[in-house]
Write a protein that binds this ligand. Structure first.
Ligand code: GRF
Length: 213
């Protein structure tokens, strides 16, 4: 949907997404590319980062989306930083919060506040290879197939209920960078598809079983 001047108009029914990202932001870019289509059902209304140099900030700016830097360096301790993140996200009144390459652990209070509405993408087939080095660990283990996982966040590290997964073969000669780039192609597609479906159809959670629609 667009105004006569060509600017996108927020659909009243679109779910409000706040995206947290620490790095280059290619997953954010994929969500921003999807959200201009009113039929997508979700719209990125805010971007929050812990990293003042995050590429995500430029992407948000170019897309006309508000962004906030909440750097741990600006807070006297971890608890104060977490309160800062929590407030920065809350002002956008999100329906869903998407962690798209957000490389810090959020406090249990944040996780509880957005329980069932906090979605993470991880570059491995969970429950294998959780943590910050999912691609490196999969490669070191010698697996022949890895991939990506979109999951709800609980208070553990990459332990929440799985929403969707996509497999990516490991090829002879792969190094971490090569494999991660191929995973990220699958990851962007999976994240965009999954978040859109959640926004349009709703998410039903029974223990570890998650169903969309
Ligand atoms: C993704 O693979 C994400 O799962 C991982 O870091 C990468 C972030 O990529 N935690 P980008 O910043 O979205 O390009």
């Amino acid at each position: 949907m667009q105004t006569p001047s060509g600017h996108p108009v927020e659909s009243t029914s679109a779910k409000r997404l706040v995206v947290l990202a620490s790095g280059g932001g290619s997953n954010l870019a994929a969500l921003l590319a999807a959200h201009d289509d009113a039929a997508y059902g979700a719209r990125v209304v805010g971007v929050v980062t812990d990293n003042p140099a995050a590429g995500a900030l430029d992407l948000a700016h170019d897309a006309g989306v508000a962004s906030v830097v909440v750097s741990p360096k600006d807070f006297h301790d971890r608890s104060a930083w977490n309160d800062g993140i929590s407030e920065a996200v809350a002002v956008f009144l999100p329906d869903y919060v998407v962690l798209a390459g957000f490389m810090r652990i959020l406090a249990p209070s944040f996780v509880r506040r957005y329980e069932g509405r906090l979605v993470n993408t991880h570059p491995a087939l969970l429950p294998s290879f959780p943590g910050a080095h999912g691609v490196r660990d999969a490669l070191a283990h010698g697996v022949k197939v890895t991939g990506c996982t979109v999951h709800l966040v609980d208070e553990g590290v990459d332990t929440g209920p799985i929403i969707a997964q996509s497999a990516v073969p490991v090829l002879d000669g792969d190094d971490e960078g090569m494999l991660h780039e191929r995973i990220k192609i699958a990851e962007r597609a999976l994240l965009v598809e999954t978040v859109g479906r959640i926004a349009r159809e709703g998410l039903y959670v029974a223990g570890r079983q998650v169903t969309i629609g």
